[in-house]
Design a binder for this molecule. Structure first.
Ligand SMILES: [Zn+2]
Length: 196
């Protein structure tokens, strides 16, 4: 589901439903406000912030909204007028743990039926944090149960760690969100390495 091939480029046609027209939100330096989750606002919030003069419009959809006295194209990319200092430490979320571990079981390398495993089991006082939680497939998770991985014939491929935003960003290029408008591309993957 995270394959590039399945990315849906939203048609820029006039008739697109409004809820299919979210705006990508950039910080005042024109980089996305956040990558994980990707900073997107629904069209209502985007339009409201334009009228409150909190953002500038960088790019538009062809889709318009109209009232008897007013017409505007929905913004597809907006940029905050005031810079917000991005947090250096990513949130400890399910998605971010998977992203750190590249959506791969850290014991057997499987990419299906993923869940989480506590290296030091909770029953033995193990914490739910970056340094004790790894991505694991269901069968490795069941096999390990409440034991230590060394005691049940499992090998740990990577020691878990607290990633930086850059770590997640690097991994995230392989797992882009599955909902991208063409006008977002210039702002999302501009620093990707070019093929020689
Ligand atoms: Zn596994």
């Amino acid at each position: 589901m995270y394959q590039l091939a399945l990315i849906m480029i939203i048609s820029s046609a006039e008739k697109v439903p409004l809820e299919k027209c979210p705006a990508l939100v950039l910080n005042a330096d024109f980089r996305p406000l956040s990558y994980y989750p990707l900073s997107i606002w629904c069209w209502q919030d985007a339009v409201k912030s334009v009228f409150l003069d909190r953002v500038s419009i960088v790019s538009n959809y062809k889709r318009k909204i109209r009232s008897p006295s007013f017409e505007m194209n929905l913004p597809s990319v907006i940029a905050l007028k005031n810079f917000i200092q991005p947090s250096k430490n990513p949130n400890f979320t399910r998605f971010n743990v998977f992203l750190r571990d590249k959506f791969t079981c850290q014991y057997c390398g499987d990419k299906k039926d993923l869940t989480f495993d506590h290296l030091l089991p909770k029953s033995k006082g193990g914490l739910t944090d970056w340094n004790n939680v790894v991505t694991a497939c269901s069968s490795c998770n069941v096999k390990k149960g409440g034991k230590l991985y060394k005691d049940c014939d499992l090998k740990l491929n990577n020691k878990p760690y607290a990633p930086t935003v850059e770590d997640l960003h690097r991994n995230g290029r392989n797992f882009p969100p599955n909902f991208l408008h063409e006008s977002w591309m210039d702002y999302l993957y501009w620093d990707i390495e070019l093929e020689p």
